[in-house]
Each structure stands twice: as C-alpha cells, then as structure tokens.
Design a binder for this molecule. Structure first.
Ligand code: AKG
Ligand code: FE2
Length: 356
C-alpha cells in the first residue's frame, strides 16, 4: 500500500527554513512563455531549463509508454513538474501513472500531492454572505514560515481567524458526534495511530458515509467560501480549494488530552469545533507565536477556540498544537486544505491532456 503522507509534521528542530529561492521566472510570463530577449537573467535561464526538462521528460514518456520501466518516466515527468512549480500537473501525472502501474513510488507521490481530495467537494462553491465575525491574529512569528507549494507567506502575512459565532448549527455538530461514537463502538474504539508523528484519537471523515455527505455540503456552502473570503490574496476562487484530509478528533481524559506543536501538511487548516467549550476545561488550538495584525507587540503563545459550529482557520505552516484539556471531552474536525494551482497559471490538466 502507498505510504500515507503524515498530515501533521512535528518539527524536530523548531527552526524552519526561511526564504526559499523561487525557481521560476514570473517576469517572463511564467512557465511555458517564450523568452523575449537574447540576454537572459538567471531566473529566465532557470525557467527555460525547466521548460526544456518538461519537454524531455514528456518525450521520454512517449517513447517508453508501452515498455517496462515506464513508471520511472511518469515519476520523472512528475518530478520535473514539481521543480517547475506546476503542482496541479504533477499531481495529475503521478495519479495517471499510479493508475497504470502498481508502483509504490507513484502511489506515494499521488498521495502526497492529491491526498484524499478526490473524496471531498471540489469545484463551484456558494458565495460567502454570512454575517459571522472573526477574531484575527498574525501567527508564525517574525521569520518567514515554510511555504506550502502554491501558497507562500511573507512575514506578517500568515493569519489565524477564530469565528465569534457558529458557522454551522449545533444540531448538525451533535449528529456528527453521535455518528462518530456509534461507529467507534462498532469498530471497537477510536483509531490511535493514523498519524505517525502527531498521533490523535481520530476517524477519517471520508470513511463515514453519512458524515462525508454532510461535510461535503458544508465545504461547498460554508467552509470553502469562508476560507476564500478570509484569504483573498492567496485564494482567487473558492472553487480552487481542495481538502487534502479531514478527520474527527476526540480529546478526553482517558485517551488523548493534547497534541504537540507541529505544522500541518496544508496551505490552510481548519479546526472545526463540534462541541461547546463548556463541555471541557483547557483545550483549543494553541499557536506558538501570535500577535494582533498591525501591532508590534512581542510574539506570544495564543490559544484560539470556539463553541460548537465555530472554526479556527489558519496558515497550516504556522506552528500550532492542541492545548491540553484538564476535564471533559472536546471534539473537533481538523481539515487540511491546499489550492489546486499551477505556478504558471495554466489551467490544471494541460500536461496530462497533452499525453492523450
Ligand atoms: O486541537 C487542536 O485545536 C489542534 C488540532 C491540530 O492541530 C491538528 O489536528 O492538526
Ligand atoms: Fe495541526
């Protein structure tokens, strides 16, 4: 089976890489654009080299299509696309290759880029017309946080938004909890080892059909529109948002009480509260370093939380964790999102379509 990409990653070293050199030249019109000058800047040379590599890998793929070792050619083409920032294309090439070949590397690459996004709503969403207000924080501290593929954050840009009232009615949340507890009973308990590096007591949303149907309608009507409205500079259209992974987590005194500081495998993450804060003591999404937008206050730890149906939505690469509860039970749905986008701006699918 493919290696499951951990959706949370606990940094072994608190220092994350700061500035990453951008590898493509936006100034040339991006990936695929013809160079206009004879004297090329380094960036232009790099963009041209990537275009050449994509061409070579595509040609190599065409040549070996029906031969042994073809899986290697698909992997190579995907890797070249990743290098060029063509992430939507890389995902589709890895997936197309994995479909043709029983190859562990291709399946693992598909899982890394696509996650479980095919199980979740993708495409047109409702308009965000909700009157809910949000508390806003800058998170991640003074240094540049790690990029997540298409979404990169300059210092001060990473945000966390905590809703001040529910986005989802409490009765829907109650039903989800009841369905989870019923399923856990049938399955002999909550899963404890799905995430190797930051294990939670959890259950995949995609594995519980009634919850999945509800969740997808909420992604479309509420959660994706809300996210796009909070991050307009990073998300052009809610229809481009993908859910990499979503699961229900239970914190209680018998099982898991907290979650260590980590970064998520996401551009944007949500913690969706399923029950009220009065049901437990402690708890909440704990950001290692936060302060108010526009302030020069010292960075300090901040715990954000909401009652049932409320959310905390944030840049997933800002270090955070689950604050320890000291009594009661807390249920949340962590949701990890990315944007289906090529750095060139070309419509997703153009490389795979070209392969016929
Ligand atoms: O407990 C929380 O609020 C944080 C959960 C979290 O960060 C995660 O599940 O990745
Ligand atoms: Fe997380």
């Amino acid at each position: 089976p493919p290696t499951i990409q951990p959706t949370r990653r606990v940094a072994l070293n608190a220092k994350v890489k700061t500035k990453k050199k951008k590898k493509t030249a936006k100034s040339t019109g991006g990936f695929g654009a013809a160079p206009k000058k004879t004297t090329l800047t380094d960036e232009e040379k790099e963009a041209r080299a990537i275009r050449g590599a994509v061409r070579d890998a595509t040609t190599a793929l065409e040549e070996v299509r029906d031969q042994e070792g073809e899986a290697q050619a698909w992997l190579k083409l995907g890797a070249v696309l990743v290098r060029g920032g063509e992430f939507s294309e890389a995902e589709r090439v890895f997936a197309a290759g994995a479909e043709k070949f029983d190859d562990e590397m291709l399946s693992a690459a598909e899982m890394t880029y696509r996650g479980h996004s095919l199980s979740y709503h993708r495409g047109p969403c409702a308009e965000w017309t909700n009157a809910v207000e949000f508390d806003e924080w800058v998170v991640g501290g003074p240094e540049q946080i790690e990029d997540h593929r298409t979404v990169s954050w300059k210092p001060e840009e990473p945000r966390a938004f905590a809703s001040k009232s529910p986005l989802i009615p409490k009765d829907e949340c109650d039903r989800v909890i009841a369905l989870c507890e019923k399923r856990a009973e049938e399955m002999g308990g909550w899963q404890k080892a799905r995430h190797a590096q930051a294990a939670t007591t959890d259950m995949n949303v995609k594995d519980v059909p009634e919850i999945l149907e509800w969740f997808n309608s909420r992604l479309k009507s509420t959660l994706f529109p809300m996210l796009a409205s909070r991050f307009p500079d990073k998300i052009k259209d809610a229809a481009d948002i993908r859910a990499h992974d979503a699961f229900i987590v239970k914190y209680d005194m018998e099982g898991q009480r907290s979650l260590p500081l980590h970064v998520d495998e996401s551009a944007f993450s949500f913690t969706i509260a399923l029950n009220d804060m009065s049901d437990y003591e402690g708890g909440g999404t704990r950001f290692e370093r936060a302060r108010r937008p526009g302030s020069s206050d010292p960075w300090k730890e901040e715990v954000l939380n909401a009652d049932a149906g409320g959310v905390v939505a944030f840049a997933g690469k800002a270090r955070h964790g689950g604050m320890q509860i000291t009594a009661g039970t807390r249920y949340i749905i962590p949701l990890f999102c990315f944007v289906d986008e090529n750095r060139s701006g070309k419509a997703p699918g153009y490389v795979v379509e070209g392969l016929g």
